[in-house]
Write a protein that binds this ligand. Structure first.
Ligand code: BGC
Length: 719
């Protein structure tokens, strides 16, 4: 469609129709019967039935058949025949549920991340969805916060690369293409930093920290052409993001040149009131519209007060027009004016099973996300024919899709089922498999059948303890103050250790848990996350060595909850701790636990062994750092070679190290490869005192290695 077509539509709209176009409601509102008195939430929202005819978009209305029906009815009543936009939370797959995003981040595999989004896009497009509220790229440092599962972790560089890969995977080159949907990056900005990890709590940080750590991944989404940006619930510099003009207009539009659609988070315009940033709905609407927030989600202050604000001269109609134009442009970019159903296809959407190709991909994505944290005494891989004991609440559970799991039409493959595809069922012995309920239902532990498990499994060759947290206790509203496994799970692992057999602990969780209490009881420790539909198959591939683990942690695992926040790229302090002098008191340290996490960012083992040699940094015309990586084992494997830098002295204090690049290489047994990174000036730039990007000549530490805690370092001058 032409620009004139959209402008003509806007010229022809009443102010109420424009405001309705800027409103998003759940599908149930369309069932509103105008002969009935408005009650409950309808009354609260003060919705007039005829307004529904002009509403712009639908929240979480899914399913090809529903979408087609609702769109058809809508177009019959819509005066201007403007199609509805259907937006939904497709967070890690729609029909084929894929690994949670924190797990995908841990794959460090950007092609895999793109593939992840492509699969999700294809299936949700067939279900009639036009926009997904993904990627969630909020940087996270606090695993007490339940939503760490929805992001790719603690590092701005990794988050940015994963985010742009996902935007590409969802959107492709043209939103009109079959199987493509628009992406909405969220939650702009800084939502991943609530104080104390408590959901919806205050976020407060310096503008330097915001720009250096929290903003880059949203910016990467914008640079990758993301169609939409969702404003966060939290405040930024004491102003709620949903009414924060410096953020939504200043940084997003003026500085970064974003010209797509912005949307509130669920009810977040209304929440300006409890925040104490608006006295009532009218002021909330005024602030959000003025701030450049285009669509109001699940509250109706734009609708109810927008016209009065314009009439009173408090709001320029041009601001509303601009927002409406952006929404209509998105509808147009998706081709909805020509084909309002886009790819909605009940036959595909209602297929009895997810596609075999997608399931296979999910299995591979899952395997590439698993992180091997410990593997002593060659506990892994398992050998076929071994007598395998399997205990714990996740041993046979199919409730391992992970939160926000799309349609949940198909259960996950359990660990038991996955293992039984690899070895005869006669070799698998189970005990204490009672599932772990949710804390939301007042369940904090599993039943104690520990002695029985000990008796039943003591003659096995190896025992797998499948432990973790209930998937519902992760995600939104899933904050916790204690990150240990429940008492009976910890006891189970220790009692199984008494058998003298090798113990493999497999952790199902949406966040880094506190694993120190079970570390010594576990010969091997595998971080299984929640891997979606193919969970058990992915894990079995890793356990039996059909997939050599290659995941690397996208978030540090704390030694104890009291260390949190613990992350690798912290600023230098004036009194750094020196491990050579462990008993010095007046340095930055804890008396009762190390400063370092139990497992740091970038950490993960393989069944192969990799040696790093001949580290070299050359600074001539270009600065190039290189290292030789050798697979010293008899097993082919994938290694993620990581580049970190550290600015030794600068006009503002710099992080002790920052990831600036990584390369994944696959090495045959005893194969060597030289891996090189060019250190560009851009990599060394940072936000100076006045929030401007600067490069400062000086000394830099260049580090290459296997993770953020294990690398070679060379200091050089770069001018
Ligand atoms: C969440 C968003 C989500 C929205 C719509 C909110 O509660 O914070 O991430 O996209 O609901 O479902």
């Amino acid at each position: 469609m032409t620009k004139t077509f959209i402008q003509d539509l806007v010229n022809d709209m009443t102010l109420d129709e424009k405001l309705a176009q800027l409103t998003q409601l759940g599908p149930h509102y369309w069932g509103l019967d105008d002969t009935v008195d408005l009650t409950g939430p309808f009354k609260e929202l003060n919705i007039k039935p005829q307004v529904m005819e002009s509403i712009g978009s639908v929240l979480n209305g899914i399913g090809a058949r529903n979408v087609i029906e609702q769109q058809t009815r809508h177009l019959q009543t819509s005066r201007q025949k403007i199609p509805l936009l259907f937006m939904a939370d497709v967070i890690h797959g729609y029909r084929t549920i894929l690994p949670i995003p924190l797990a995908m981040g841990s794959s460090f595999d950007l092609e895999a991340c793109e593939r992840f989004a492509e699969i999700a896009a294809k299936e949700s497009a067939a279900a009639g969805i036009h926009v997904t509220f993904s990627p969630m790229t909020d940087l996270v440092r606090d695993p007490r916060w339940g939503r760490v599962m929805e992001t790719s972790g603690e590092d701005p560089y990794l988050n940015a690369r994963v985010t742009e890969s996902m935007v590409r995977g969802y959107q492709g080159k043209d939103l009109k293409e079959k199987g493509r949907i628009a992406a909405c990056v969220k939650h702009f900005a800084g939502y991943g930093a609530p104080e104390g990890g408590r959901e919806y709590n205050t976020v407060d940080m310096s503008s330097g920290v915001l720009r250096e750590f929290y903003l880059p991944a949203y910016k990467a989404a914008v640079d990758a052409g993301v169609a939409m940006v969702m404003a966060a619930f939290n405040t930024i510099d004491r102003i709620p993001a949903s009414g924060n003009s410096e953020l939504l207009r200043g940084i997003l539009r003026e500085e970064w040149g974003f010209n797509g659609v912005t949307i509130a988070d669920f009810n977040s315009v209304n929440e300006l009131i409890p925040h104490g940033a608006a006295i009532d709905g009218r002021e909330a609407a005024e602030k959000s519209l003025a701030a450049g927030l285009d669509i109001e989600m699940m509250s109706t202050h734009y609708l109810n007060h927008g016209a009065a604000l314009v009439e009173e001269g408090k709001l320029d109609i041009a601001l509303i027009d601009e927002a409406v134009i952006r929404v209509l442009e998105l509808k147009d970019a998706l081709g909805l004016f020509d084909n309002p159903f886009k790819d909605a296809d009940p036959l595909v959407d209602e297929a009895p099973k997810p596609s075999a190709e997608h399931l296979q991909a999910a299995r591979e994505l899952g395997a590439s996300s698993v992180v091997l944290l410990k593997n002593d005494n060659d506990a892994l891989p398992l050998k076929r024919g071994m007598k395998i004991g399997l205990a714990g609440p996740f041993a046979t559970s199919i409730h391992v899709l992970g939160g926000w799991a799309g349609t949940e039409k198909d259960p996950a493959v359990s660990l038991y089922t996955g293992i039984s595809q690899k070895t005869s069922a006669e070799n698998i012995f189970t005990a204490m498999t009672g599932e772990l309920g949710s804390m939301l239902e007042g369940v904090f532990d599993v039943e104690d059948e520990i002695e029985d498990a000990y008796q039943q499994l003591q003659d096995c060759d190896v025992i797998l303890a499948a432990v973790g947290e209930n998937q519902q206790d992760t995600g939104e509203g899933g904050s916790k103050s204690n990150l240990r496994l429940s008492a009976n799970q910890e006891k189970l692992i220790w009692r199984l250790k008494d058998t003298g057999k090798k113990i493999v602990t497999i952790v199902f969780s949406g966040r880094p848990l506190e694993l120190k209490p079970v570390l010594d009881a576990s010969d091997a420790l595998l971080q299984a996350w929640f891997l979606g539909t193919e969970s058990g198959n992915s894990l079995a591939d890793v356990l039996f060595g059909d997939y050599n683990p290659s995941g690397r942690l996208s978030m540090s695992f704390p030694y104890s909850v009291g260390q949190i926040p613990v992350y690798y790229n912290a600023y230098q302090t004036g009194r750094p701790y020196d491990p050579m002098y462990p008993n010095v008191r007046y340095v930055t340290r804890y008396l009762d636990c190390p400063n370092d996490p139990l497992f740091c960012f970038g950490y993960g083992l393989s069944y192969s062994k990799f040696a790093y040699n001949s580290f070299n940094v050359e600074a001539a015309d270009r600065v190039v750092a290189s290292i030789e990586v050798e697979n010293t084992s008899d097993i082919a494997g994938k290694e993620t070679v990581q580049l970190y830098i550290h600015d030794v002295s600068a006009s503002v204090v710099r992080p002790v190290k920052e990831l600036k690049g990584f390369q994944q290489i696959t090495l045959a047994p005893h194969e060597k490869q030289v891996v090189s990174f060019e250190i560009t000036r851009e990599m060394l730039m940072f936000y100076g005192k006045d929030d401007q990007l600067v490069f400062e000549p000086g000394e830099y530490d260049i580090m290459i290695g296997r993770n953020s805690g294990d690398h070679c370092t060379q200091r050089i001058w770069i001018g």
